[in-house]
Design a binder for this molecule. Structure first.
Ligand code: HEM
Ligand code: HEM
Length: 144
């Protein structure tokens, strides 16, 4: 169970990054091209949203199963960078990124102005991508 989830979380990280990059490129293109925001554009926003939402459910489960999750919260864990990373920095940063993605997508549905709808995805997803890239465990992933 744990190994399967760990591999799934590791694999989903590719789809999260790929989905976000595709959504961001389309959103910037729509923004600069002054195009109308259609249902197709909303679905292009979903490419970034869906893998990220799935990844966060996997991450939360993994947090309680993995030796690298809550188990690392031993006394003085804040002083040890690897423990602080897995107990606090990785989950917290990723959850902030996920909130940004969800808000960016939700705003793109609700706003009226087409340019603002594209820029909601472009800006919120880009900020989320930067946060995600900052707190991926690069020493462990994509693997040696
Ligand atoms: C966009 C969201 C996320 C991305 C892109 C992401 C990415 C990753 C990556 C690339 C790894 C390394 C996998 C490997 O060693 O092969 C990892 C590990 C881990 N992540 Fe995430 N993660 C995300 C969200 C979360 C969240 C929300 C949590 C917990 C609440 C979480 C908990 C964990 C744990 C516990 C590990 C260690 C797994 C282990 O090696 O036992 N992740 N994550
Ligand atoms: C397997 C896991 C998940 C999948 C596949 C998933 C998928 C989706 C999809 C497709 C949407 C867009 C719906 C739309 O077009 O309006 C969405 C929206 C949303 N999801 Fe998730 N989700 C998952 C887990 C979660 C979890 C665990 C939470 C929160 C704890 C969450 C919070 C939200 C919120 C707040 C929205 C609304 C965005 C809006 O207002 O448009 N999701 N999710």
């Amino acid at each position: 169970m744990y190994t399967g989830l760990q591999h799934f979380h590791s694999f989903m990280a590719y789809l999260v990054l790929l989905g976000l990059i595709i959504s961001i490129v389309f959103a910037f293109m729509g923004m600069s091209g002054n195009k109308p925001f259609t249902d197709k554009d909303r679905k292009r926003g979903l490419l970034g949203l869906i893998p990220a939402h799935l990844q966060w459910v996997l991450g939360v489960i993994l947090y309680f199963l993995s030796p690298k999750g809550i188990d690392m919260a031993t006394e003085g864990f804040m002083k040890v960078s690897e423990q602080r990373f897995y107990v606090l920095e990785h989950p917290l940063t990723m959850i902030i990124a996920l909130i940004l993605i969800t808000v960016g997508y939700a705003r793109s549905k609700r706003l009226q102005d087409d340019k603002k709808r594209f820029s909601s995805i472009a800006v919120f997803y880009t900020l989320a991508l930067i946060l995600i890239l900052a707190r991926i465990p690069w020493g462990e992933w994509p693997g040696n």
